[in-house]
Ligand binder design. Structure first.
Ligand code: A8S
Length: 179
């Protein structure tokens, strides 16, 4: 429901899904599954620290507290077709685990980019896991095709989600009553 963008004629839109498994050596019970899921959300929810899991972001600065409408200024690593991006927090729901942003400025070509990421607990092969869904909508830049724009953005998001999976799978999960 939160991923229903309505792209205009000159826009492209898509969804990506990643299933993140909790580490094998932990007890597969309900509590572990919730702890693991909250670990994943704890990385995603930090609007002020996207560089903790997004590999292309080198630095992020903000003025003041995080809230709906806050702006973050992001520096992008060298080698990419951009150096900066200014992004606004549009949706933040700590109960439903939804984060939505809009890119409002920067020296890149992604105009009117909006994305929504949601995080859901799930069971994969009887083990605790987490489902992450990210969707976006963006203008197709002049001189580019919808397919190429979608391919470019999906490639960046895939890297972000793979990195999110790797970091969360590596993080120690507390084992209530065992440690
Ligand atoms: C995100 C998603 C995207 C970020 C893109 C698509 C970007 O940070 C990079 C290269 C660009 O050309 C555009 O959730 C921009 O971060 C890595 C600077 C916005």
């Amino acid at each position: 429901m939160h991923h229903r963008h309505q792209p205009a004629e000159n826009q492209c839109s898509s969804n990506l899904v990643v299933h993140i498994k909790a580490p094998v050596d932990i007890v597969s019970n309900f509590i572990t599954s919730i702890f693991f899921f909250l670990r994943v959300w704890s990385l995603v929810r930090r609007f002020d620290e996207p560089q903790t899991y997004k590999p292309f972001i080198s630095r992020c600065t903000m003025n003041g507290e995080v809230g709906i409408g806050s702006l973050r200024h992001v520096n992008v690593r060298s080698g990419l077709p951009a150096t900066t991006s200014t992004e606004r927090l549009e949706v933040f729901d700590d109960e439903e685990h939804i984060l939505g942003i809009k890119i409002v400025d920067g020296d890149h070509r992604l105009r009117n980019y909006s994305s929504v990421i949601t995080v859901h607990p799930e069971v994969i092969d009887g083990r605790p896991g987490t489902l992450v869904v990210e969707s976006f909508v963006v203008d197709v830049p002049q001189g580019n095709t919808k397919e190429d724009t979608c391919y470019f953005v999906r490639a960046l998001i895939k890297c972000n989600l793979r990195s999110l999976a790797e970091i969360s799978e590596r993080m120690a999960v507390p084992r209530p009553g065992l440690d």
